[in-house]
Structure formats: C-alpha cells, structure tokens
Design a binder for this molecule. Structure first.
Ligand code: HEM
Length: 149
C-alpha cells in the first residue's frame, strides 16, 4: 500500500491542484454572480431565472465535483507516508482553512437555495464582503503548503 501511495504521489498531487483550481474558480465567481443577481435581476425581464441557471450549473457541475476531488486527493496525500508531519504548524493552519473553505462552499449553496425560493435576504454589499473570505483562506493555505512552517 505504501509503495502504491509513493508511486502515485506526483499524480495525486497534480490532480489535487487541478481540482483545487476549479473549486476556487467557483468559490470566487459565485458570490460575484450573487452580487449581480441582487443588483441587476430586477432591471431586465427573465434575468433572475438566467442567473439561477448559471448559479445552479456552477455549483452542481463544477464546484461540487471539484470540492470532492480536492478532498479525496488531499486526504490520500495526508495518508502518504512522510508527507504530513503533524508536529509542524502548517498542516493545522491548512486543515482549519480547508474546513473553513468547505463551510463557505456550503454557505454559498444555502444562499443559492434562498435565491431559488425567492427568499434572498442579503445585499450586494454583503455578498461583496463575503467574497473576501475565500481570498483570505487561499492566502493562508498557499503559504502553509509552500512555506511549511
Ligand atoms: C480539501 C481539503 C484539502 C486537503 C485534505 C489537502 C491536503 C494536501 C496535502 C496533504 C498536500 C501535500 C503537501 C506536500 O506534498 O507537501 C497538499 C498539497 C497542496 N495543496 Fe492541498 N489540501 C486540501 C485543499 C487545498 C486547497 C483548497 C488548496 C488551495 C487553495 C490547496 C492547495 C495545495 C497546493 C498548492 C499543494 C501543493 C504544495 C506543494 O507541493 O508544495 N489544497 N494538499
């Protein structure tokens, strides 16, 4: 088992990075779509329904599969011997940040459901502010995995 994990290590890491890029693209873009949805949907007939289709496809076709592949590959990397030493700080900062990133994903999915039910309660400004959450988490995650403090 250990041999297989060592052989697969660069391939799993490559897949992990591809999945993470796709997931992050959605985590950055979906709150922007919500901003336009709140501020522009009322200005053009039928625009609200178009935003909902875009949001649903982004969540279901790109973000959810990318999040699952990021987690599966990330956990395989954790299980690969010699990759993670829990006596260092970086695995903890990264771990807490990816859990927070996953929470943010689910928060966005709940906001989408609220839009679909016609019950969105947040403003464009609030969505703009929430847009900073994945940016801050990404900075912490990348510094964790690159600097390995
Ligand atoms: C979803 C849960 C995640 C888990 C369990 C996880 C776990 C891991 C592990 C164990 C490694 C191997 C580190 C090494 O080879 O030294 C790694 C690499 C990496 N991860 Fe994640 N990760 C996750 C999500 C993320 C996210 C959200 C990002 C970006 C925002 C990210 C970016 C990276 C990068 C850039 C590397 C390559 C680092 C290097 O080779 O130096 N990961 N991840």
């Amino acid at each position: 088992m250990t041999d297989i994990l060592f052989t697969l290590y660069p391939w799993i890491k490559a897949l992990h990075i591809m999945a993470v890029i796709s997931w992050m693209a959605g985590l950055f873009y979906l709150p922007r779509l919500f901003v336009y949805h709140v501020e522009q949907a009322g200005t053009v007939d039928g625009a609200g329904a178009i935003f909902e289709v875009m949001e649903e496809k982004l969540l279901r076709v790109i973000m959810r599969p990318a999040m699952i592949v990021s987690w599966v590959c990330g956990l395989i990397l954790v299980l690969t011997p010699g990759i993670v030493d829990w006596s260092w700080v970086w695995p903890w900062t990264k771990g807490v940040s990816v859990i927070a990133m996953t929470w943010f994903h689910h928060w966005l999915a709940l906001r989408y459901k609220a839009f679909a039910a016609g019950e969105n309660a947040l403003t464009g400004r609030q969505y703009r502010m929430m847009n900073e959450v994945p940016t801050v988490l990404m900075v912490i995650i990348v510094l964790s995995v690159i600097l390995k403090f």
